[in-house]
Design a protein around this ligand. Structure first.
Ligand code: NFE
Length: 469
């Protein structure tokens, strides 16, 4: 029996850790650990509610517009705002679409590629695992070229986002009631040109590269699986049909698909370093508490009607029910991300045509001095919920449940593992000294530990032994 602890998990957004027990060559126990404390819930208290879309974007550098949108939705719901002008919906979709595309490109080329492709023998690529690279010299050299092109393309998507939102990351374009700026003329032209280049690269390079992995690593079509139980909060509102989304809001549970009910969500902290509470979600506080010896993560354990649920491109594909989503394996998750990138770029090309250069793009909202409301959207990695409570014109409470909290949650009170933990169970590990298989499974969920859980004690080795005042 071997216990393998990988801390930190590299090539991920921020850092987390995983500990697995291997018996008879297979993983029999897995623990996904968030090793940082996010603390944004406390940062938000006492602020002007209008700050929420700007401040919460700082939770993360890669999915910031998702947080900005969720905060805008929460404030619009609090204000009982009318449906947004179509231009506002379209421009928001363009801002968010650009951000999604750069996320997916970065995941494949910058974070995930070296799980499968032998890196160049040069700085800064050395020092990783050395086994199970199967592509052969010429395909490997091609992939190295695509790595650099992939970085260029992700930059292009960021530039497109900057055109729409004024700044990237942490854009200024998203405001409650719509967007602060309606792209016209030259800016739209520049956007179209960038989208055309992104479409070409995704179609001709990214999708074929994802297929190469299926060809050379076919067993990963059946490894790292778990049930499709998952959640989509709905992505890209339809500008012509308020309330509906291009990627539908849906819950996938063992009994089949059902409509989303936010009241069915709970967050369990039995295995997390937070004070336990039975209050309704909107009234709950995120208070660090290191006293429970069962705790092993700074990530809480969200559950939907008690079920651990995953989120992300594959769940959105399964929720849309358009085609088979496979076995929910490592390579199914990677393929769904690539397919979604192309689909979103093509939608964006249409949205840019639909914008009315003379129409309104903002319907200002008046935020009440008291009340409580949620904003739910599907972010790049899955369901994202912001819950704001306002009292005397100031934020009295703010709660955030991120996609990576769903995907990388620890066990709940009944001992049920989180999705990534579950996907690791039964995974063969050939060489415990180089457990390349573990990283492949973890990265297929595209972890963002910054979003989900910043206090580290360097004297204690970046582990869970943080001492808070
Ligand atoms: Ni920091 Fe995020 C996304 C949000 S958490 S990346 O997508 O919200 O997974």
């Amino acid at each position: 029996m071997h216990t393998i602890s990988i801390s930190p998990i590299t090539r991920a957004n921020s850092v987390g850790a995983v500990t697995v027990t291997v018996e008879g060559g297979k993983i029999v126990e897995a623990r996904s650990e968030g090793t940082i404390f996010r603390g944004f819930e406390q940062i938000m208290e006492g602020r002007d509610p209008r700050d929420a879309p700007y401040l919460t974007q700082r939770i993360c550098g890669i999915c910031s517009s998702a947080h900005g949108l969720a905060a805008c939705h929460a404030l619009e719901n609090l204000a009982g705002a009318a449906p947004l002008p179509p231009n506002a919906v379209l421009t928001r979709n363009l801002i968010y679409g650009c951000d999604l595309v750069q996320n997916h490109l970065r995941h494949f080329y910058v974070l995930g590629l070296w799980d499968w492709v032998e890196p160049p023998a040069q700085y800064p690529f050395q020092g990783g695992y050395t086994r199970d690279f199967r592509l052969g010299p010429s395909l490997t050299a091609e992939m190295h070229e695509h790595y650099w092109q992939g970085i260029e393309q992700a930059r292009l998507a960021h530039e497109a986002l900057t055109l729409m939102g004024g700044k990237t990351p942490h854009n200024h374009g998203l405001v409650p009631g719509g967007v602060s700026f309606l792209p016209r003329g030259e800016i739209l032209e520049a956007l179209r040109e960038k989208l055309a280049r992104l479409e070409k690269f995704t179609e001709e390079i990214y999708l074929p590269d994802a297929r190469v992995l299926r060809e050379f690593y076919p067993e990963y079509l059946h490894l790292g699986t778990r049930p499709h139980a998952g959640l989509s909060f709905g992505m890209f509102p339809d500008s012509g049909a308020p309330g509906s989304h291009r990627f539908p809001a849906r819950v996938l549970l063992e009994g089949g698909a059902e409509p989303l009910d936010l009241a069915a969500i709970d967050e369990i902290t039995v295995h997390s370093w937070y004070r336990h509470s039975a209050d309704p979600l909107s009234r709950r506080k995120t208070v660090p508490d290191l006293s429970d010896p069962r705790a092993y993560s700074w990530i809480k354990a969200p559950r939907y009607r008690g079920a651990p649920c995953q989120g992300g491109p594959l769940t959105r594909k399964a929720a849309a029910g358009r085609e088979s989503a496979g076995e929910n394996s490592v390579l199914d998750r990677i393929a769904a991300r690539a397919e979604e990138t192309l689909e979103v770029i093509r939608l964006m090309i249409n949205w840019a045509e639909e914008l009315d250069p003379c129409g309104e793009s903002l319907e200002p909202v008046r935020i009440p001095a008291a009340g409580s409301a949620a904003g739910a959207i599907d972010a790049m990695r899955g369901p994202l919920l912001h819950w704001v409570t306002v009292r005397d014109g100031r934020i009295a409470n703010y709660q955030i449940i991120t996609p990576s909290s769903w995907n990388f949650s620890p066990r709940d009170g009944r001992g049920r593992p989180g999705p990534a933990e579950e996907a690791l169970l039964g995974l063969p590990v050939e060489d415990p000294a180089e457990p390349v298989e573990v990283g492949r499974v973890i990265r297929s969920f595209d972890p963002c530990y910054a979003c989900s859980a910043h206090v580290i004690d360097l004297r204690r080795g970046n582990r869970k032994v943080i001492r808070l005042p």
